[in-house]
Design a protein around this ligand. Structure first.
Ligand code: ATP
Ligand code: MG
Ligand code: MG
Ligand code: MG
Length: 576
């Protein structure tokens, strides 16, 4: 590729709405262009990265025996009504009508359609197991699309679905996928961790997320440095009831002042400065009898995401207190208690209250912490409206760093991650709902055992950048760089020698199958280097008259601070 024929469109300034570095750099490097909230053009430079991600995913899926197909983006509602998801799924599911008034959905995932295909195609146990995958556009009407490709509304996902004759075989298929995912994420050259995740109503341990480690990640990951134990926070907390509650929780136990709480009260309770931002808050209320014995404990976890959006608040019951951990939206809780929207009840804190803050939580104003009973709420909590830069509080949750690992192999540590993949055993949830059966060896119909497996194809490049960048721009791992090598001739228009040498090297690399771009735009060296450093091409060869006089060109890896001299005659061998 020659730069003059390609589209190189770099920007000095990041867009005002870009909060994280990957969003800023992908926009500045001309890889994506916003069209609407959570909707982006994949520009030529960015599409090259996405195609490389797809190629690796496709190769490893094929190697693992999965079969590629594509399912429609626009799907008839009937199938979604069969499983009940048409009504059950919230506003994340985009529903549309055609000219005849018939309902359709834009696929956020494709369990229904693939199950429909398989119930028609697979008749006998002899045709099993099967695993179908697609690399396809998805749409999820995310409440807060943000961070560029990291949480888009339209995005590309690789989704695969396995079909097996029984649970044992389904579990084997799951393990094949989990192993394929490890190969895929190894090939991307990123630091990641496979963590146990909640398998929801289905139960069992067969749900893992693949998390790229990055400080800006939206998920908290709990792991044990001395063993293989790793889980996302939700799963870790679900496993925690047998343990004493986190030391931090105990340390923060305070008696609040009755009356309407202010931000000062909450900050004092939490023992944190007022400028703290809070992502989740645990509200625990203990009901005491006359003797001061605890007769009932209620613990609610409020997850506050990003900014001041009350509907974003999720309330959940913590494990180990009563029953299973569950999430609900604030409006569900309000509905449950029959409160007016935005109001969970008056404050009446006669009982001890423990408030626990997680880290990197956003500043909120006038929000409400609710327990599941009247008179157990705090309203009007203000965390200040014009606070300076969000500060971080130490991880304080029901599971905290330093807690004992459930496997007894040491202490837990916590880090942040970006979910780039998810493998999940589904059992017969969909096949039962859709009556998808096959004939077993005994000639009787049986429900298909399923699993589903997703990779965020467009989220992956963003995660890669969160992990690999510096003040000059992106640093792509070779495997997914838009170009592997850039050839930068200096003064190509003035010097025939430079032009000839640049073309010789460029053609040599092309012939060897290297993904190379020749920057023949005639830019000044400073501007040219700044562009390629921003774009993040890992290898650069610079050719100038001065060096050529001694038969030298320059090589610089994107991570190097200086260029090194390489004999022009050897540069191809050097790169290859
Ligand atoms: P998240 O917890 O980030 O909302 P999810 O658990 O809802 O993700 P899955 O249903 O497991 O996502 O989908 C499989 C993969 O698709 C995820 O692991 C993630 O990499 C990717 N993905 C999900 N939502 C988005 C999105 N809004 N934008 C980009 N990629 C996404
Ligand atoms: Mg989601
Ligand atoms: Mg998730
Ligand atoms: Mg997931």
């Amino acid at each position: 590729m020659k730069a003059s024929q390609f589209l190189i469109s770099t920007l000095k300034e990041a867009p005002a709405d870009a909060e994280v570095v990957s969003h800023k750099l992908m926009t500045r490097a001309g890889m994506i262009k916003k069209l609407g909230a959570g909707i982006y053009n994949y520009m030529p430079m960015g599409l090259r990265v996405i195609r490389k991600v797809e190629a690796i995913v496709r190769e490893e899926m094929n190697r693992a025996g999965a079969i590629e197909m594509t399912m429609p983006v626009v799907q008839p509602a009937e199938l979604w009504q069969e499983t009940g998801r048409f009504d059950k799924m919230g506003p994340e599911l985009l529903r549309i009508k055609d000219r005849h008034g018939r309902d359709f959905v834009i696929q956020p995932t494709s369990e229904e359609v693939v199950t429909d295909v398989v119930r028609q195609e697979v008749r006998s146990y002899k045709q099993l197991p099967k695993n179908f995958y697609q690399i396809q556009t998805k749409f999820r009407d995310e409440r807060r699309p943000r961070f560029g490709l990291m949480r888009g509304r339209e995005f590309i996902m690789k989704d695969a679905y396995s079909f097996d004759r029984d649970m044992a075989s389904a579990k084997a298929s799951y393990q094949v996928m989990a192993a394929a995912y490890r190969r895929i994420f190894d090939r991307f050259g990123l630091t990641y961790r496979a963590v146990a995740a909640d398998s929801g109503a289905i139960g069992g341990d067969l749900s893992e997320e693949f998390q790229v480690i990055a400080a800006t990640g939206e998920d908290a990951i709990v792991y044990c440095p001395g063993s293989d134990y790793a889980a996302n926070m939700e799963k870790a907390e679900a496993l925690a009831p047998s343990q004493p509650r986190g030391a931090a929780t105990q340390a923060l136990t305070k008696t609040p002042t009755p009356g309407k709480s202010t931000c000062e009260d909450v900050a004092a309770l939490l023992n944190v400065p007022l400028s703290t931002t809070v992502k989740s808050l645990v509200l625990a209320t203990d009901t005491l009898d006359e003797q001061g014995e605890i007769v009932k404990s209620q613990v609610w976890l409020l997850l506050l995401r990003g900014d001041h959006d009350m509907n974003e608040v999720k309330v959940g019951k913590l494990p180990g207190m009563e029953g299973r951990f569950r999430f609900a939206t604030l409006s569900e809780i309000e509905e449950h208690f029959g409160c007016k929207p935005g109001y969970l009840g008056p404050l009446n804190l006669k009982k001890p209250v423990h408030l626990v803050a997680d880290r990197d939580v956003a500043v909120m104003a006038d929000w409400i912490c609710g327990a599941n009973e009247e008179d157990f709420h705090i309203t009007g909590v203000n965390w200040g409206r014009d606070l300076p830069e969000p500060a971080l509080v130490a991880d304080i949750r029901n599971v905290v760093a330093g807690d004992k690992s459930p496997d007894g192999q040491g202490e837990l540590a916590i880090e942040r991650g970006i979910e780039v993949g998810h493998v999940f055993y589904l059992g017969t949830k969909y096949s039962k709902a859709m009556n998808a059966t096959f004939l077993g060896e005994d000639g009787k119909p049986q429900f298909l055992e399923m699993g589903c497996y997703g990779i965020g194809v467009t989220r992956l490049p963003a995660a890669a950048i969160e992990q690999n960048h510096d003040e000059r721009g992106i640093i792509w791992p070779d495997a997914i760089a838009p170009f592997t090598v850039v050839v930068c001739p200096i003064g190509m228009d003035r010097s025939e020698a430079v032009k000839l040498e640049a073309e010789r090297i460029y053609n040599g690399l092309l012939a060897a199958g290297v993904d190379v771009i020749l920057d023949d735009r005639g830019e000044r060296p400073g501007a040219m280097f700044a562009d390629w450093e921003l774009i993040g091409v890992p290898h650069r060869i610079t050719i100038g008259d001065k060096g050529l006089k001694d038969g030298q060109v320059e090589y610089q890896h994107r991570r190097d601070t200086e260029a090194s001299k390489v004999p022009a005659a050897e540069v191809l061998d050097f790169i290859l």
